[in-house]
Design a protein around this ligand. Structure first.
Ligand code: NAP
Ligand code: GFB
Length: 335
């Protein structure tokens, strides 16, 4: 067959004899919710020509520029999926806005600048739908990131994430690096952080419902239950991330989310978790607790232009799989 034209990445990895070196992919934050989902999908695909390394903070603390360089010297990645971050739900963000700002700015600059210095062909980083302006029109799309201040509850994290987009654009202008980012909506799945104080809503509800059922007590849902969210199953996100790494060629970020039509209320989430775990006790809404952003409805129209046929796992099916994983792995789950 005639040789297909080499992609930018392949050209940079072409050896003298015309063969292409394998893609060496370094996944920072590889031990977390999203990282473990990518690891599982990569293993199931069994695709050749790619070498994968999944990092945790135990191997390198990416807050340290020295340790970050040492990791790049050790693995010499051609591509990076950059997941590592200080991550948490609404309540941890409200408690630690400064920590979320500083830790994430340091981690992001260490990874992105070191990748640039080591000639990494492509870095795919993570933004979040919670970093968009709080006062906005809906649905939100990729062009609106910097159009106004984010919600007060997590503005430290939100501004740190926005700086990834600034760093990608400036690195493209100055060095021609085509580094990009996915804008993730709320993610859930196996290996999530199920810590009730620090985690996100779905792992928090799963953990609290598990305990309420075990102890014969009511389930306490925080807030009014009225806020709206879009949720993506970690395995679906993993498949989208692999597509972004291998095929998406823009520096502009792309929203990785279910559609606006799949938006759910927090009450819908509680009902789904209660059904999945077979809880029959009382459900109480503690309105003394914050609701956070009422909505952050994001459009996935850009994603649909690229992948019109991508199938998301139905929410209740994904919730059941996550609850089953949590019950089976209660002893080792992060909580
Ligand atoms: P996670 O489960 O909390 O995992 C975080 C990962 O980052 C872990 O592997 C952790 O390593 C690593 N990490 C944290 N601090 C580090 C440090 N100083 N040095 C090296 N590694 C460090 O997070 P996640 O939910 O998978 O999130 C992955 C990415 O998606 C993050 O960038 C997050 O901002 C973004 N995102 C997540 C959501 C969501 O709903 N989960 C939504 C939008 C965006 P250890 O395991 O060793 O601690
Ligand atoms: O996932 P979550 O903590 O963060 O969801 P956000 C918070 C919403 O769920 C609020 C309600 O309306 C809470 O009142 N909720 C009910 C609960 N029960 C619980 C519970 O047990 N735990 C938690 N955590 N919430 C985050 C951002 O916003 O979105 C982060 O702060 C991050 O930076 C994340 O980007 C994806 O969706 O409100």
């Amino acid at each position: 067959l005639p040789q297909s034209p080499r992609t930018d990445g392949e050209q940079s990895r072409e050896k003298m004899n015309g063969t292409v070196e394998p893609m060496r992919v370094l996944v920072t934050g590889g031990s977390g919710l999203v990282g473990r989902a990518i690891e599982r999908v990569v293993k199931e695909e069994g695709r050749g020509g790619e070498e994968w390394t999944f990092l945790s903070s135990k191997e390198a603390n990416l807050l340290s520029a020295k340790e970050t360089r040492a990791i790049f010297e050790k693995y010499r990645p051609t591509h990076v999926i950059h997941l590592a971050a200080m991550v948490g739900g609404l309540f941890r963000n409200m408690r630690q806005n400064l920590d979320f700002w500083r830790n994430n700015v340091f981690i992001n600059d260490n990874v992105l600048q070191t990748a640039n210095e080591f000639g990494v062909v492509k870095v795919v980083s993570c933004l979040s739908t919670c970093i968009f302006p709080d006062k906005t029109t809906y649905p939100i799309d990729e062009t609106m990131i910097h159009n106004g201040p984010p919600h007060d509850s997590n503005f430290g994290y939100a501004f740190a994430k926005r700086m990834i987009d600034v760093q990608n654009r400036t690195c493209f202008k100055q060095y021609g690096r085509r580094y990009t980012a996915g804008i993730l909506t709320n993610v859930f799945g196996a290996h999530d952080n199920f810590n009730i104080e620090d985690g996100h809503v779905l792992p928090g509800l799963i953990h609290k419902t598990y305990l309420a059922k075990k102890e014969g007590k009511p389930l306490q849902v925080w807030g009014s239950g009225k806020p709206l969210r879009q949720f993506i199953y970690s395995l679906d996100l993993a498949r989208l991330f692999l597509w972004v790494l291998r095929e998406y060629d823009e520096v502009d970020p792309i929203i990785l989310s279910v559609g606006e039509e799949d938006e759910l209320s927090i009450k819908d989430c509680a009902d789904a978790v209660v059904d999945a775990l077979g809880f029959n006790g009382d459900v109480i809404y503690d309105t003394s607790k914050a609701d956070g952003q009422f909505k952050k409805t994001a459009s996935n129209a850009k994603l649909r232009q690229y992948l019109p046929d991508f199938q998301f796992t139905p929410f209740r099916e994904a919730i059941k799989e996550t609850c089953d994983w949590f019950v089976a792995n209660y002893d080792i789950a992060r909580k």
